[in-house]
Ligand binder design. Sequence first.
Ligand code: DHB
Length: 299
Amino acid sequence: MLETSVGKLRLERPGMVASGIMDETGQSMIRMLSSGAGAVVTKSIGSRPNPGHPNPTFTELKGGYINAMGLPNPGIELFGEEMAVAVKSGNIIGSIYGSSPEEFSTLAGKMEEYGAAAVELNLSCPHAKGYGIELGTDPAIVKAVVSAVKSSVSIPVWTKLTPNTHLIKNLASAVQEAGGDAVVAINTVKAMVISPQFGKPILSNKFGGLSGPAIRSIGVRAVFDIRTAVDIPIVGVGGISDWKDAAQYMMAGASAFQIGSAIGTKGIEVFENINRDLERFMKDYGYGSISDMVGVAHE
Ligand code: DHB
């Protein structure tokens, strides 16, 4: 009942682990696949090892988390070891970041070689200079990156978009025009927390990305808007922690969804709980499959 597909990629369960949590090692990815996730998106990986920002990089607040990790990762060469462990157990989506179409293409080629089921282009980190939203808010650049990656790999190419723009529909259209296989929406919302006692921002980077329940209705609105602009599949993400949140995203137009912060607040059982509750809701309300629910809020 819960099976769905994102273009050519078939998933037995609609919930995936979002990039950035429990997805840095082969073993943590296996653990998430066996906890009821239909796929795991890796931490975003770049060309070279990156230590990330100095602490503090993370803080919890009412309604969510704010973080500016600074894209810490071991680099694409070393990450091959983690991929080799994880891909045997299920669908691993390789998240990558770069600063040019060529760099994204090379990274995507490596992820394909490692056995990724798809790649997810992180064009939307809210604070990385020269990477995330600096590339990801310009439809022409988005189109150039997606086109380049599409011509270098044969696995599906997904593009994760930023909500830090009024042009999200134009960004999604650029992805579709470039032949992109799916849009993932949304990445975190650029935000800030100041300590009154210290009189300065808490994060060493000053700004970070807000995630969790506080951004859910921004994400649902973004998916709804994107659905009116493109026909390619949408993966919904942002503040999902129970079946009602997941159903909202699918009714707005998403064929599948991702969970990040709620793995921290609710534990890895969040996937089993949503799978069980969603199935019960679907039976009670006469939805025979996930695809019956997708986009109903537009009708
Ligand atoms: C980071 C990357 C992101 O894409 C995001 O949304 C938040 C934080 C990071 O690693 O700093």
